[in-house]
Design a protein around this ligand. Structure first.
Ligand SMILES: Cc1ncc(COP(=O)(O)O)c(C=O)c1O
Length: 304
């Protein structure tokens, strides 16, 4: 919300582009359903969101840079920012296709808009430098959360100096909150980042996740289920579909009823999988080999 306010103030424009299936918090203008027409103004997806708010949010399909180009052409000098999860994780894990993020970088630069990477999930999780370090792309603004609070509530955004200097107290853009900079959350976050900066941490996370992915893949091929296992670093989703997953429409065909049975079966065996087909499992440093092997065993039983 604050990053978008800043982007609007910096560019003097009102509209923002988000991707269907992308989640960026519960700010009014971002609670927008997946629309069908690329350039269609969106409908709010929650009661209580004025359509005038949602009307400034333009939707495109994830991995569809052409659609973003069309939006820039259809709304000349009106788009303040494109906000994207560089690796989508709120419609289940859907990695960017080659060139997609580069296209967003060049389109936003060409059309005078800001590129905002929402790395609330991917930041410090997929790599110490986030997804942007893996793809070698520098966005104008980055949003962070979750990990940087070490489990305590926090959100942060940052970016290029000339943009950030528009924030109060150096600039006119307002942002404040009773819990902003909360010392307890900051301390938990700093300690977490210290752990993550130690050598070998991301290799360990990668190895643990590879073990889980391999076990699930083997269990899946032994079953007759149509599954797509989508993994990026320590993020993983089992989609109950054999569609190739690349955007919100392609994941929407997944069998959510079957997923529900899968989830309940795991829960009854003491494994708490993410409770929605459209969420990612996060593998953490706390997961032991025994935890992973037990999870694989229970998943194999559930598939059967
Ligand atoms: C990518 C992303 N951005 C933003 C948010 C919003 O974070 P919060 O719920 O702390 O406002 C979330 C929450 O899950 C998220 O996954």
């Amino acid at each position: 919300m604050s990053a978008l306010r800043l982007a609007r103030a910096f560019t003097g424009r009102d509209k923002v582009v988000k991707f269907a299936g992308g989640y960026h918090g519960h700010a009014d203008g971002l609670l927008v359903k997946a629309g069908s027409g690329l350039a269609t103004l969106s409908l709010p997806s929650s009661p209580g969101v004025p359509s005038s708010y949602a009307g400034n949010t333009l939707l495109a399909s994830y991995n569809d840079a052409e659609a973003v180009t069309e939006l820039f052409q259809n709304y000349p000098e009106q788009i303040a920012a494109v906000i994207v999860e560089p690796v989508a994780a709120n419609m289940g894990v859907v990695p960017p296709q080659p060139g997609f993020l580069n296209s967003l970088r060049s389109l936003t630069s060409d059309f005078g808009a800001l590129l905002i990477f929402d790395e609330v999930i991917t930041g410090f999780r997929v790599a110490y430098g986030g997804a942007q370090s893996l793809y070698g792309i520098t966005p104008d603004l980055t949003c962070l959360g979750k990990i940087i609070g070490g489990g305590l509530p926090v959100g942060a955004y940052g970016g290029k100096r000339e943009i950030m200097e528009m924030m109060a107290p150096t600039g006119p853009v307002y942002q404040a909150g009773t819990l902003s900079g909360n010392p307890l959350a900051m301390t938990a976050g700093i300690e977490t980042l210290k752990v993550l900066s130690q050598p070998g941490v991301y290799e360990k996370l990668g190895n643990t996740t590879s073990r889980l992915e391999k076990g699930i893949t083997e269990a899946a091929s032994a079953s007759n289920l149509k599954l797509t296992i989508s993994r990026f670093a320590s993020l993983l989703t089992i989609f109950f579909t054999d569609n190739q997953v690349f955007d919100y429409d392609s994941v929407s065909g997944a069998d959510t009823a079957l997923f529900g049975q899968f989830f309940q079966q795991l829960l009854s065996e003491g494994i708490y999988w993410p409770p929605s087909q459209f969420e990612a499992a996060f593998i953490s440093l706390a997961h032991s080999t025994e935890d992973i092997d037990l999870t694989i065993k229970v998943i194999a039983q559930a598939f059967n």
